[in-house]
Structures are given as C-alpha cells and as structure tokens.
Design a protein around this ligand. Structure first.
Ligand SMILES: NC(=O)C1=CN([C@@H]2O[C@H](COP(=O)(O)OP(=O)(O)OC[C@H]3O[C@@H](n4cnc5c(N)ncnc54)[C@H](OP(=O)(O)O)[C@@H]3O)[C@@H](O)[C@H]2O)C=CC1
Ligand SMILES: O=C(CO)[C@H](O)[C@H](O)COP(=O)(O)O
Length: 482
C-alpha cells in the first residue's frame, strides 16, 4: 500500500506553498493540490527534495492520498473561493475528518461554515496564520479556532511548524468555531494601527525635525534596540534606508502615497462598532488609508490654507535629537493604547460569542512569527499573567508607569504636529482615548441632555436611581420619571 499523507494543503500560492514546505521540512508527508495544476507541479519541481510530498491533480486523488482522519488545509482567497473549495471537498470527506481554513476569512463566515460542516460530522477549523510568505515557511504564528477535539490531532502538527519564542510554540487553541479568525482579524487591526503610528513618527521626524529618510532609518534602527524592538520597526528601518536604483531617490519618495487594504482592518472596525468597543486607534489607521487613497478629494483640497510643512525655525542637531526622543515616547504610549484597545475587542468578542479566550496566551503566541511580533508582547503576556481580569493594559503596573512617564513628550509632540500642520490621527486619537478614560467627568452628560431635549430619550441622574425626562417644551421644565 502506498504511503499516505498526514495532512494536505490545497491552495498553493505564496502562503499555501510555504506552509506545505514548512510541514514537509518538519518531516510530515504532505498531499498537495491547487485549482490550476501548474502550481502543484512547480512546487514539486522546485522544492520536491525538501520533504515528502504527494501531488494530486483532482479533489478525489487529494482526499485519497490522506491518512484518516483526514486533515485538509485550505489556503485560498477568502470569501467565495473558500466556499467553492469547501463545496468541492466536503462531499468527499467522512465524519471525523478535519477541514482547516487558514486564509484570512471573516469570523462570521467561519461560524457559518463550522455549523454547517458540524451537521455532516466534519470538524471545521478556522485558523489565523500570520507572518506572510517568510513566516509561513520558517514559522508563523498560528491561531486555530474550532473544536477542542480537532486540536488534539492538529495542535501537535501546527505547534511543530509554528514560530518558537523561549522554546514555546506560537500556536494555541484560541477558542471554539470562529475564535481563531476573530483573533487574527484583531491582530491585523492592531497591525494597521501599529503601521500608522510608525508612519506618523516618520512624517514627524521628517517634517518637524528635518531628518532625511536615511537618518530616520538610523533612528528606527536605534529604537529597535530598546522597548520598541519589533518586526515592524525593523522592516521600516530597512524600507527607509532603501534607495531607488532608477532615480537615486529614497525609495519612500518614489512610492505613490496611497495605502491599500484588503479588508481585515475594515472588518475589525466594523465589528468594533457592532460590539461597542472603542478601537479608535485601529479606526483612525483604516480611515488614514482611506484618506490617502482619496486621490480626487485630496487633489481638490490641496490648496486649502494652513501652516507650511516646515519647522518655523530649523531645529539644531541636539534639538532634533531631543524631538526624536519625544517621538519615541509618543509612539510607545500610542502603541500601548492601540494594543489595549485591540485586547479589549478580543475580550468583548469572547463575551459576545461565548469563547473562552486567554488574552495572555494570545499575546504570547504573537511574540513570534507574526507581523506584529515584538518584545513588547512579552510585557503584555506578563501583564495578563499578573492580573487575568485586567480591565485594560493601561492600568497594569509597568504600562501605567511608562505611559505616565511618556505623557509630557506625547502631548508636546502632538502640539508640535498641530502647530506645523502635520496630521497625526493615530497619536492624537490615542491621547484622546487615554484622557477620555481617565477623566473624572465627560461631556457625555451634555449629550444625554441634548438627546432628552430633542427626542425625550431620557437620562439617568448622578444622585438617584431610575430614568428621567425633562419637559423641555414647557415653561416649568418639570422633571418626570420615565
Ligand atoms: N499573503 C499574505 O501575506 C497572507 C495571506 N493570508 C491569507 O492566506 C490566503 C492565501 O493567500 P495567498 O497565498 O496570498 O494567495 P491569494 O490570496 O492570492 O489566493 C490565491 C490562491 O487561491 C486560489 N483560488 C482563488 N480562487 C479560487 C477558487 N474559486 N477555487 C479554488 N481556488 C481558488 C488560487 O488558485 P489558482 O492558482 O488556481 O488561481 C491560489 O491558489 C488568503 O486567504 C490570504 O488572505 C494570510 C496571511 C498572510
Ligand atoms: O494577514 C496579513 C498579515 O498577518 C496580511 O499581511 C494582511 O492581510 C495585509 O493586509 P492589507 O493588505 O490589508 O494591508
């Protein structure tokens, strides 16, 4: 009898191909399949010597190549293509078999698919995978949802191929049905916020301190040796240091300033709104990409008045260096806020959908392999270990002190940005959130009064229980209980 594969991957574009290679390199026999045959042939031709592959050129051949219970990983475009692949493979599978969707699916789709496939006795595991092409090959962060039972067989495989930090795999069973894709969605939302904050730091260092991209690359390289040590800071430094071969200009100056998006950041904000969780850092990052892409609107508004984008008086070397230190503080504090908001969204999702998600464990599996991997995530892991019911990262000891210490710089950087007309939506919304949370009283009381005035929407009082309405249209403005 010919050897069977312990797992199969269908969808062999950049992510699926590298995930399959990673599995094979770890000694697992991998069945391969792709809608168009050429990708399968290419993989075997180019990388066939990396491990044991069983190429298959039809769904039936692919399924027959798998050990039972069968484990099929789908790595195709999210949305309709994923449904098409499930429709093709599910009828060929048997109760107990496992289908893993490792693409960037919307968690609501995952919940729908999981419920439908459960009826057929199949396990459906929506799994977040992060780390891009390189991560998929060398060790991604893996966030599987689905049943606990499915993790018993899949877990060891996924933990084997995931990134490792301090010897721990960057993979855990996140929670039931769509929990894995929910957590991956928020990961991407945080990724958007982090990227936006780094981009604003660049803009400030250029616009206010007068640094050139190569100098800013050096600043980031330096930051990467401290508390901001992260993959995103590291790659930013490399992007900024890169010179365009054709023009000799900094690479960053020859790229169109319109940031694109595939949708996961937008989903995060949509769900944040549905859950009523203020994730303003992620929202501003998504809106900033939208604003950058609004080419016609920007063209129409280009002549609007405002400060010129140059320092009023050029900064001396030491002043520029001090300003860069302030930006580092502002970036750190804003980043803590963005992550605090993201973790609060995961908690809110867990409560809404009945998932038992360990926030500290999520932070720990993001320490390696994924796009937001960072030293900082060790501190988040520790914060949740110290206080599992932590209401917000901002109140945990280390972060509280660091953000309090950063405040003067944070406020001063935003003030400079406002004065020079440099947009810092990420920094500004983070500070507004921080000030909003710590405020003794918010002007929301006035909003309640306005709502009651125009719509009799009622309000609650600080001095007694119940709901009240004031008869605003009458002379005596009598108050009644509602
Ligand atoms: N690229 C990245 O950095 C990351 C991507 N992801 C997610 O991983 C998944 C795969 O991403 P990536 O590798 O970039 O590839 P793409 O998202 O570009 O998808 C290409 C793959 O989807 C297949 N496909 C498309 N439509 C269909 C269909 N109707 N039926 C069957 N197969 C179809 C293609 O087959 P064919 O070759 O025949 O066209 C090909 O194998 C996506 O969900 C993506 O969001 C997750 C993390 C990071
Ligand atoms: O999932 C990812 C990383 O974990 C992708 O890199 C992410 O989808 C990129 O998103 P966008 O194209 O919207 O910037």
């Amino acid at each position: 009898m010919s050897k069977k594969a312990s797992i199969g991957v269908t969808g062999l574009a950049v992510m699926g191909r590298n995930l399959a290679r990673n599995l094979a390199r770890h000694g697992h026999t991998v069945a391969l399949h792709n809608r168009s045959e050429q990708r399968t042939r290419d993989l075997v031709e180019q990388f066939g010597d990396e491990g044991e592959f069983i190429p298959a050129y039809s769904a039936r051949e692919f399924v027959d190549a798998l050990e039972r219970p069968r484990q099929v990983v789908i790595m195709v475009k999210a949305g309709r293509p994923t449904d098409a692949v499930i429709e093709e493979f599910a009828p060929l599978l048997e109760p107990g078999d496992v289908i893993v969707d490792a693409g960037n699916a919307h968690f609501a789709d995952t919940r729908r698919r999981e419920a439908a496939l459960r009826e057929q006795g199949l396990h459906f595991v929506g799994t977040g995978v992060s780390g891009g092409e390189e991560g998929a090959l060398h060790g991604p962060s893996i966030m599987p949802g689905g049943s606990k039972e499915s993790y018993e067989s899949l877990g060891p495989l996924f933990e084997d191929i995931s990134a490792k930090v301090d010897g721990e795999p960057c993979c855990t069973h996140v929670g039931a049905d769509g929990a894995g894709h929910f957590v991956k969605m928020v990961h991407n939302g945080i990724e958007y916020a982090d990227m936006q904050l780094i981009a604003e730091s660049f803009d400030l260092l250029r616009g206010a301190a007068g640094y050139e991209p190569a100098q800013i690359a050096e600043v980031f390289r330096n930051w990467n040796t401290g508390r901001l040590d992260s993959y995103l800071i590291e790659i930013t430094s490399q992007v900024l240091a890169h010179t365009d071969a054709g023009t000799g200009k900094p690479f960053v100056d020859i790229v169109t300033d319109q940031a694109e998006q595939k949708g996961t950041g937008r989903w995060t904000v949509q769900i944040g709104l549905d859950l009523g969780v203020p994730i303003s850092g992620i929202a501003e990052a998504v809106f900033s990409r939208s604003l950058s892409g609004s080419a016609d609107l920007r063209e129409a508004a280009r002549g609007l008045g405002g400060p010129a984008r140059t320092p009023l008086s050029p900064l001396s070397g030491s002043e520029a260096s001090a300003f860069a230190d302030d930006v580092e503080q502002a970036l750190y504090a804003s980043k803590v806020v963005a992550y605090a908001q993201g973790f609060n969204q995961i908690q809110a999702g867990a409560t809404e959908y009945g998932w038992d998600i360990d926030l500290g464990k999520v932070a720990s599996i993001w320490r390696g392999g994924c796009i937001i991997r960072a030293k900082f995530l060790n501190d988040i892991t520790a914060a949740y270990a110290d206080e599992p019911g932590l209401p917000t990262l901002l109140t945990s000891g280390g972060f509280r002190k660091a953000v309090e210490d950063a405040q003067d710089s944070w406020r001063s950087v935003i003030a400079t940005a406002v004065r020079l007309g440099i947009p810092t939506p990420g920094f500004s919304t983070a500070l507004a959130y921080y000030d909003g949370l710590r405020a003794e009283r918010l002007p929301a009381a006035l909003v309640q009064g306005q709502r009651d005035y125009f719509g009799a929407h009622t309000y609650r009082r600080v001095d007694k229980g119940g709901s009240f309405h004031t008869a605003w249209a009458t002379d005596d403005r009598a108050e009644s209980t509602a």
